[in-house]
Ligand binder design. Structure first.
Ligand SMILES: C[S@@+](CC[C@H](N)C(=O)[O-])C[C@H]1O[C@@H](n2cnc3c(N)ncnc32)[C@H](O)[C@@H]1O
Length: 276
């Protein structure tokens, strides 16, 4: 597999070199931390959907697999399941080489795969970054065998979760982040559209499985990739946020993490459907 030439970004509104302060190296760590935070819940849902069992003979295709943070965990959870990890960004995907999956540099909207060749397609935090999510879902259904399962995991900016204490003064910052992603061709409110996207593409047996991750079960520090200020640093460099806004966010995160009674619940949305 050869890495494609730059320029970045190649993955729609996602630019791994400018997603968090510290560039690509920090983003690789952030993707890993993000997977570690919620994969147990996501795996429970995959199990309920029958992934890894009924689909075990046909490959699971992870579209937009990125650095392989989820691919490696899927490999551990389902050692016998054939895995294909595809991503438009060959450099990022090269970090998934240790996952044991077949790697494929490809645009999710035009895959070099035969019709009906996959048993399951998983898209995690990908549709929020693409300009035409319906085209990606249609392509996923093309490569799924009839009766195969498409699984899509996403967020929704209006329904991200809950924190107590809450800091309403951060709301304008979050709105600016969502707007910047939208201007780059993405959609942080995609969570609410998932079941309709699957239904519109012709899926049956549509299911929505929201999942929660809280600091009841995990240390508050593990939520830093989502709640901490590092993620905001490139947005200051890009002129989306100001230094005072970054300082405000850093201050509230520091208050939150030092408060032994502070509570956070992050919400994710997994939607699934059966290919016709
Ligand atoms: C936020 S990252 C998520 C990576 C991985 N799914 C995870 O959960 O760790 C989004 C990924 O989608 C990929 N991506 C964006 N647009 C794509 C497209 N049109 N085709 C394939 N991959 C795409 C990006 O390159 C990036 O790896």
């Amino acid at each position: 597999m050869s890495a494609p030439a730059r320029p970045r970004p190649v993955g729609g509104s996602y630019d791994p070199a400018r997603t968090t302060g510290g560039g690509l190296t920090a983003e690789l760590a952030r993707l890993e931390a993000q997977a570690e935070l919620s994969f147990a819940e996501e795996l429970r849902i995959l199990g309920e959907l029958g992934i890894g069992g009924a689909t075990a003979n046909a490959p699971l295709l992870e579209l937009g697999a990125g650095s392989g943070a989820i691919t490696r965990r899927l490999r551990s959870a389902f050692p016998a399941l054939p895995l294909i990890a595809a991503d438009i960004d060959g450099e990022l995907l090269s970090h998934a080489a240790d996952s044991g999956a077949e790697l494929m540099v490809a645009d999710a909207a035009g895959l070099p795969l035969e019709d009906g060749s996959a048993g399951c397609v998983l898209l995690r935090y990908v549709l929020q970054h693409v300009a035409d999510p319906a085209a990606v879902v249609a392509e996923a259904l093309r490569v799924l065998r009839p009766g195969g399962t498409i699984v899509v995991t996403e967020v929704d900016s209006s329904c991200w979760g809950l924190a107590d204490p809450a800091y309403p003064e951060l709301a304008p910052i979050h709105a600016k982040i969502a707007r910047a992603q939208e201007q780059a061709g993405g959609d942080r409110s995609i969570g609410r559209r998932l079941t309709r996207l699957l239904r519109g593409a012709g899926c049956t047996d549509i299911a929505l499985r929201p999942f929660a991750t809280t600091n009841d079960d995990l240390p508050t520090e593990m939520f830093a990739p989502h709640l901490g200020p590092q993620r905001l640093e490139p947005l200051v460099a890009a002129g989306v946020l100001t230094f005072p806004e970054l300082a405000l966010a850093a201050d509230r995160w520091n208050r939150f993490r030092k408060d032994p009674d502070a509570w956070v619940m992050l919400l994710g949305f997994t939607a699934a459907g059966t290919a016709p």
